[in-house]
Design a protein around this ligand. Structure first.
Ligand code: PMP
Length: 403
């Protein structure tokens, strides 16, 4: 089949966002079906229907601590979204400053963040919305280019942080190496209030039998003498329900106190009933891992289909490559220079909606115009097989047009 034949099929497949498929959401049906039967009393007799417990239900914090390998005092259990926690943390830093630091908005020079690229578009959207300047950092196979990072943060006190998705990065699937993690934890920074925004979104989301472990960044920063450097974000959004999970913030006691102080102005407490349901449903780490195995069984064939189709249709295309992630929700496809936008346009004409080219870069600027983010989780396997074919045909057409 060539591109024109494919376009005539008149398909309509949305590959834009890394959402769980309905079959994955069905795996957590128990959360909804049994919602009423867990009652409203926590283990310690807390009435979860009422206000309070700003840092979360004790057993939800304990579950978060078990999942993150930390102690409950270092973990806050919050609402349904970790992105919201990241937004809050940055907003609080902008408005009020981090412990011991000036409000960032008062900084003489516009504050900046390092952004490994390709990266998560919503991280960049937060920076853009809050007026935080973004500096792109090349992301290698083992994490951000640390020579570049170290030189930047040592020289410029207006650089206040770096976005890190240490395991199965969105959208490249990158796994940070131990050496990169050690350097991030221990590098000297000109800004005393520099922070690692450590988004451990894919900590539980393995696609192979090997469960790669997320690095213990809180421990590593403590060992390096920078106990407050890491703010860790984690989420059950893609474990249970994408719109109704539980998010966690983990950090040093000083940062947790700081967060509690500011969040107490914003809310009287999180949804403890949802936290209680999650504790009863997942129980512990083993319970979560059993559930993630079932996600893997649904997701793996979709990622395999993308890899097999690209291998069959693009292996001989010069300048084309793609990631084969061992976890997470995305595949990155690299076109020859200058062809990503054109490939997205051709795919759209053939009925496949892709994330706009450039989305994975600060200010949406992919200067070489080569990167495409493919999200295979949501459509059915049959649609994924078709979509991967359509993307490959669109890319080949874009290459041919140039000849
Ligand atoms: N971080 C990353 C890297 C993600 O890919 C996503 C979801 N696509 C999120 C955070 C969002 O998490 P939450 O649902 O907890 O807000």
């Amino acid at each position: 089949m060539n591109y024109d034949d494919f376009a005539r099929l008149g398909l309509s497949i949305d590959m834009t966002r890394g959402k769980p498929a309905p079959e994955q959401l069905d795996l957590s049906r128990g959360l909804i079906d049994e919602a009423g039967t867990v009652g409203h009393l926590s283990r310690d007799g807390i009435d979860c229907r009422n206000y309070g417990h700003l840092l979360g239900l004790p057993e939800a914090r304990e579950l978060g601590a078990e999942l993150l390998g930390l102690s409950p005092s270092q973990v806050a259990a919050a609402g349904n979204s970790s992105l919201e926690l990241m937004h809050d943390a940055l907003s609080f830093a902008m408005l009020f400053g981090l412990p011991g630091g000036e409000p960032w908005r008062k900084s003489a020079k516009e504050v900046a963040f390092l952004c490994p690229v390709p990266g998560y578009d919503r991280h960049f959207a937060i920076c853009e919305a809050l007026g935080i300047r973004m500096i792109a950092v090349p992301l290698g196979d083992d994490g951000p280019d640390m020579d570049f990072v170290e030189a930047q943060v040592a020289a410029d006190p207006s650089i206040k942080g770096i976005w890190c998705t240490p395991l199965y990065s969105n959208p490249t699937g990158t796994i940070y190496s131990e050496d990169v993690v050690r350097r991030l934890a221990s590098m000297p920074t000109a800004a005393p209030d520099f922070r690692l925004f450590w988004d451990d979104a894919y900590r539980f989301h393995h696609l192979t039998e090997r469960r790669h472990a997320s690095p213990d960044i809180v421990g590593a920063t403590l060992k390096s003498g920078y106990p407050d450097r890491a703010l860790v974000f984690a989420s059950l959004s893609k474990v249970t329900l994408a719109g109704g999970g539980v998010a966690f913030l983990a950090s040093s006691p000083r940062n947790i106190d700081w967060w509690q102080r500011h969040v107490s102005v914003r809310t009287i407490g999180p949804d403890k009933l949802n936290q209680l349901r999650h504790v009863r449903f997942l129980r512990d780490r083993a319970g979560l891992e059993r559930l993630m195995e079932r996600h893997r069984a649904l997701l793996r064939p979709k990622f395999d289909a993308v890899a097999a189709t690209f291998e069959a249709m693009l292996a001989d295309a010069r300048g084309v490559s793609w990631s084969t992630p061992q976890g997470g929700y995305f595949v990155s496809l690299y076109t020859p220079d200058g062809l990503a936008k054109r490939t997205v346009a051709l795919a759209a004409e053939a009925g496949i909606v892709l994330t706009p080219a450039g989305a994975a870069f600060p200010y949406r600027i992919d200067s070489r115009d080569t990167h495409l983010r493919i999200a295979p989780s949501f459509p059915s396997l049959a649609d994924i097989e078709l979509a991967a074919k359509g993307i490959a045909l669109s890319l080949r057409r874009a290459i041919d047009e140039r000849k």
